[in-house]
Write a protein that binds this ligand. Structure first.
Ligand code: SAH
Length: 366
């Protein structure tokens, strides 16, 4: 299935919702849910510690709960993600998992272990409606939004594998989460914010990951960027720019037909001012499409002297696409032009290309 060029989809087809899970709920709502199940409210705290600290959903192992309570409370820990396939590379330190959701929808997450950190790349939607022509996810269209708990479960599963010592390098923890898997996180705003809260709040509320370690990446939904700035969550904002001029960006990132480069950059600067967080500008370098020196120059002028970091990503190949990564000399020239303007820039060392687990390659095929 593929979408007509430039078509944007904000709302997927109507679908049944996944079962309610502990991770969907704030602590107050968990207490209410536990009471509804006929248990004392403090059981919500116990259950939450099992889930967010010990990373367990097996109620039979929860020996601090009476047997009858275990049975009733298990209703708040339904299985939401079923692993279908796991692929690893980089000596087992990059692992992509394909998950089946309750209704058959497929999503992927990627765990990347580095010497000093572990990053989980998570999906926020099954498919994506933003239709960027160089991204494999965009080609399949939007299946549906994921629930808060479906998003959180991807991180919990990675955390569990790390805690169990299943990832080479010894037992570890998830330090970073990037919303750079499938989907446009700001098009599923409410569920994504819920998931971010579960990630950053300390136990028993959530996983206790530093908000600075969480990155929300967006094509540039301007009103939602404004809302995000007001949440009081100092997460890193990544803006997928990919072109400094409207003419080209209209075709590479079709949302640009609604909110132009100048508007989306303004939203990014407001976000930086509000949160004091450096905004990351994502720019996939595509050979002879967006990698000309004059475009680097234009980009440099537009972002210089801002609280910004430019992340250049060598384009990862996707099925059926005629585009490829830039020549090394063009990439170097692009970097040099940005440096000339004093703009902090790095070229992302993309991981997982061999397992179709790198940026823009997640298409969730079995
Ligand atoms: N919808 C969000 C998040 C998912 S994509 C967004 O667009 O930001 C995560 C990053 O990978 C984005 O910056 C996206 O533009 C980039 N990307 C997509 N396809 C790519 C490809 N084929 N090669 C390199 N980066 C790609």
């Amino acid at each position: 299935m593929s979408q007509p060029a430039g078509q944007l989809t904000f709302v997927g087809p109507r679908r049944a919702k996944p079962a309610r899970h502990l991770a969907d709920l704030s602590m107050a709502d968990r207490r209410a849910a536990v009471t509804e199940l006929g248990e004392k409210a403090f059981r919500a705290d116990q259950l939450s510690r099992h889930y967010f600290e010990r990373l367990t959903t097996d109620v039979s192992a929860m020996t601090d709960l009476p047997a009858a309570a275990r049975e009733r409370l298990s209703a708040l820990l339904p299985d939401l993600l079923t692993p279908v396939k796991e692929l690893a590379t980089d000596g087992g330190t990059t692992r992509k998992t394909l998950w089946r959701l309750f209704d058959g929808a497929l999503v992927e997450s990627v765990l990347m272990r580095y010497p000093d950190r572990v990053t989980m790349c998570v999906s926020s939607q099954a498919g994506c409606g933003m239709n960027c022509p160089f991204c494999a996810t965009g080609q399949a269209g939007l299946t549906r939004n994921m629930s808060t708990a479906e998003i959180v479960e991807q991180v919990v599963s990675g955390a569990r594998a790390l805690a169990a010592g299943e990832v080479p390098g010894g037992p570890g923890r998830v330090s970073n989460v990037v919303f750079m898997g499938m989907g446009e996180p700001l098009a599923n705003y409410k569920q994504v914010i819920g998931a971010v809260r579960r990630m950053v709040e300390p136990s028993p509320h959530g996983l206790g990951i530093s908000a600075r370690g969480v990155t929300v990446s967006t094509v540039g939904l301007v009103p939602a960027i404004g809302k995000l700035a007001d949440e009081g969550l100092p997460v890193t904002l990544a803006l997928s720019l990919h072109a400094p001029d409207d003419e080209l960006r209209d075709t590479l990132v079709p949302i640009n037909t609604r909110w132009k480069v100048a508007e989306v950059l303004d939203a990014a600067w407001s976000y930086a001012a509000r949160t004091k967080r450096r905004v990351s500008i994502e720019y996939a370098l595509i050979k002879d499409i967006n990698d000309q020196e004059w475009r680097a120059d234009l980009l440099g002028k537009m972002v210089k002297n801002k609280l910004v970091h430019v992340n250049l990503i060598p384009l990862n190949p996707t099925p059926g696409s005629k585009w490829t990564a830039s020549r090394p000399e063009d990439e170097r020239a692009f970097v040099r032009r940005l440096e000339f303007h004093g703009v902090p820039v790095t070229v992302r060392d993309t991981r997982g290309r061999e397992i179709d687990g790198a940026c823009g390659q997640l298409a969730a095929a079995e």
